[in-house]
Design a protein around this ligand. Structure first.
Ligand SMILES: Nc1nc2c(ncn2[C@@H]2O[C@H](COP(=O)(O)OP(=O)(O)OP(=O)(O)O)[C@@H](O)[C@H]2O)c(=O)[nH]1
Length: 750
């Protein structure tokens, strides 16, 4: 990686700015790509912060690559199959052909700035998707046109709904023989419970797919040739050929239907139709439909649908036009907290990456005010002041340094050392205090007012394993590597086993842990040894029970005597975290120190259940009495409470809960029998078997413990023709036989 210096004059109205270009080591020469003269701070109405989301392999990376190419920021088309795309830049991504980290890429299209995040499709990395959605204003959902809505599309769609992100849809892979427009439209309606509004009719299908007709303008877009070398940059746009009556009729029908759909969803448009175009709905100008469609999309009442084939270089430019036309600019999205900052800086750190030379680089989204390089900022979550030394924009395969960045934009900061994903960054302590005052004055409340942007919820990890450095001398290096990786990836948890002292990695899936292992080796140069992958069980209780315990110990000159009485019972919601209460009249008689000691004792017993030492959930604990002799230390109280709660839980029929996953397998009919047979052996329960073309889609639930190495097993069962996705469904009580087997196995008796 090296730095080059450029002098940049941004035009008559702007002052000269010095821009630094950092080139990634595999980058192309900057002269070959679009000039950095285009790097001006755009007006907020011309910014689009967009995510691309989809099921694994639907074509997000290929589509992103085409976008960069057509917008002029890269010289040649990369290919995920050859491992040379810009956004999949980590070594593992290139080798495995999948997207792991969301790579943010900025480019310009028709005088608009598009900040685009390529999000991973594999379920192990859903947190990456969630993290991106938090800061995006709109999203493109990419579908495989031969499969319609798939499991992961639905998960990501639900996440987008949660964050109120408006979407447009892109039916990719129209060149595949099994591509089916109707199947896609129907499955979007049925599974995503939204209204798809078809904006284009594909011309030809499968191998003969050659272009599209724009339903609004009735123009036919034809890409020149079917040749492999055609990059699809130029295409013909002409009025729809009347010589193809079937196509003309299909477009006419689609336009009438589209107008009807939009009128149903937008009162303003309905009124326009009825007053000015009541004689002939078809005469309504496409610009009016476009405006209404934008309102409908922003209100998330519908999802405009476009078609194409990224791999065959068709349909990506109209998709870029649609991003500008239908997805919101940052000022059109409401964030409650920002109003309290007025013109002051308010930004959210949404991703951390580690650069060997520069240390942590933090992606921030600016919500209000301006962030300047070489200034101090306040991190509200960590209550610390940090310094932003440089600000850079990741333009395709270059990093371009800029002096400042305004509201609505996304940038990469250099210099923030303590900030982690989800932190709110503001101008200063005084500015945070002023925002808090404004919020409190307005709301008339003191305590519950918040002036921080909400971060992301991190799901609990389901797998864990031990990790060991090659020698004790490398332990500190390993700890550093793990803390870097944790700052980047909040779904990775690291803890130390209190009994063995071993470091434990906890992650979201086999692939997740595998990738972390690989990154420690490649990025930090440490060869580590991973212990066998284990399932993160939980423990709970099945009945109510009471217990008393006394601790009487003399340490040195001092005697510690404490007696505790507790009761435990299953809480109404077994999936909830465990809670504890004091018997009504006691808390007031306890000192703050003693209360804290009791609380610590209860929490430590919740961390390690009585059966196997897994976290305890769904248990309500009541502290009935605590009596102690003067001089007893708080640590002894905690120890006694913890022991007593453990005893009570054992008496209350402690029970192991196991993670149960929902599984979706898409498999050819020929192999269905063997997949079902294998699933039965894995204690799976089949919920449904649906048909999709000649394939079957198998929906099942199956304990996670039975799914180790499933991808390899499925590959050999189906000669590599099946695909699957796996997601945590719930935690379920194990039956007594399975639980016994597990206890024996853990005790080394099996
Ligand atoms: N036939 C066809 N194949 C495509 C098209 N677009 C992408 N592909 C292929 O589909 C596969 C997956 O493409 P990617 O772009 O890596 O998909 P992705 O959604 O980014 O995948 P993940 O990041 O792993 O989730 C690759 O083999 C592509 O060559 C298309 O339009 N038509």
């Amino acid at each position: 990686m090296f730095w080059t210096k450029y002098l940049f004059v941004a035009g008559p109205h702007r002052r000269s700015t010095v821009i630094w270009i950092i080139k990634r080591k595999y980058g192309f020469l900057s002269d070959d790509v679009k000039s950095v003269r285009t790097v001006v701070t755009p007006d907020i109405s011309k910014i689009r912060n967009i995510g691309i989301m989809a099921h694994i392999d639907a074509g997000k990376t290929t589509t992103t690559e085409r976008m960069l190419f057509y917008s002029g920021y890269i010289r040649a088309l990369g290919d995920v199959d050859d491992g040379d795309t810009v956004t999949d830049f980590m070594a593992q991504e290139r080798e495995r052909g999948i997207t792991i980290q969301s790579a943010a890429v900025t480019f310009d299209w028709k005088n608009h700035r598009i900040n685009l995040i390529d999000t991973p499709g594999h379920v192990d990395f859903t947190l990456e998707v969630e993290r991106s959605l938090r800061v995006l204003d709109g999203a493109v959902a990419v579908f495989d046109a031969s499969a319609g809505v798939e499991a992961q599309t639905l998960t990501v769609w639900r996440q987008a709904q949660k964050h109120h992100v408006p979407c447009i849809g892109f039916l990719n892979k129209m060149d595949k023989p099994m591509a089916n427009l109707n199947l896609c439209i129907e499955s979007i309606k049925e599974k995503m419970h939204t209204t798809p509004i078809l904006l284009q009719i594909p011309v030809g299908c499968g191998k003969s797919f050659s272009g599209l007709v724009d339903v609004l303008t009735k123009e036919q877009l034809t890409w020149k040739t079917q040749s492999k070398n055609d990059d699809g940059r130029s295409f013909n746009v002409q009025p729809l050929e009347q010589s193809e009556p079937a196509l003309v009729e299909a477009v006419k029908e689609a336009r009438a239907f589209l107008i009807e759909q939009v009128a149903d969803l937008d009162d303003e448009f309905a009124e326009l139709l009825l007053t000015d175009f009541s004689d002939n709905f078809d005469a309504v100008p496409s610009i009016k439909i476009k405006e209404a469609l934008r309102r409908v999309t922003l209100a998330r009442k519908a999802i405009p649908i476009l078609c194409g084939s990224s791999l065959k270089n068709k349909g990506v430019q109209p998709l870029l036009d649609a991003i500008i036309a239908y997805l919101p600019d940052p000022s059109q999205r409401h964030h409650d907290v920002i109003q309290w900052y007025k013109e002051d800086l308010c930004a959210l750190a949404f991703k951390v990456i580690h650069d060997k030379q520069r240390g942590p680089l933090v992606f921030v989204r600016i919500y209000s005010g301006t962030l300047k390089a070489q200034t101090a900022v306040q991190n509200i979550n960590r209550d610390c002041t940090e310094r932003v030394s440089r600000l850079v924009v990741p333009f395709a395969n270059q990093y371009v340094e800029i002096p400042s960045i305004t509201a609505g934009n996304i940038a990469l900061t250099v210099g923030l050392k303590q900030t982690v994903t989800g932190d709110t960054i503001v101008a200063s302590k005084a500015s945070a205090a002023a925002a808090l005052r404004r919020a409190q004055d307005k709301k008339g409340e003191k305590d519950s007012v918040k002036v921080i942007l909400t971060g992301i919820e991190v799901p609990d990890p389901v797998f864990f394993c031990t990790i060991e450095p090659p020698s004790m001398a490398k332990q500190t290096d390993l700890e550093n590597a793990l803390s870097c990786l944790q700052r980047e990836d909040p779904s990775l948890k690291v803890r130390v086993d209190p009994d063995s002292g071993q470091t434990i990695l906890c992650g979201m899936g086999e692939l997740h842990i595998d990738i972390i292992h690989d990154r420690i080796r490649r990025e930090h140069g440490i060869e580590t040894h991973l212990g066998p992958l284990q399932v993160a069980y939980r423990e709970t209780v099945t009945q109510k029970a009471k217990s008393t315990d006394t601790l009487d110990r003399t340490i040195g000159e001092r005697r510690h005597v404490v007696t505790v009485e507790v009761s435990v019972e299953p809480s109404d919601d077994t999936g909830s975290s465990s809670k504890f209460t004091f018997q009504t009249d006691s808390p007031n008689q306890l000192s703050a120190d003693l209360k804290q000691a009791i609380e610590n004792g209860v929490h430590s017993s919740f961390l390690q259940g009585p059966l196997l030492g897994y976290p305890v959930q769904g248990v309500s604990t009541e502290i009935q009495s605590v009596s102690l002799e003067p001089g007893t230390s708080p640590a002894m109280v905690s120890a006694c409470v913890s022991r007593c709660v453990q005893k009570a839980m054992r008496a209350a029929g402690a029970q192991v809960l196991e993670p149960v996953m929902s599984l979706e397998v898409t498999v050819g009919e020929d192999y269905l029998g063997s997949v079902l047979g294998d699933l039965a052996q894995r204690r799976g329960t089949v919920r449904d078997i649906q048909s999709r073309h000649s394939d079957k889609v198998l929906l099942a639930t199956v304990p996670l413990a039975e799914m180790m190495g499933y991808s390899t097993a499925l590959r050999s069962l189906t000669s590599g023709t099946a695909t699957f996705s796996l997601e945590l469904d719930t935690y379920e009580a194990m039956n007594p036989q399975d639980q016994n087997m597990l206890l024996k196995r853990v005790a080394g008796l099996l």
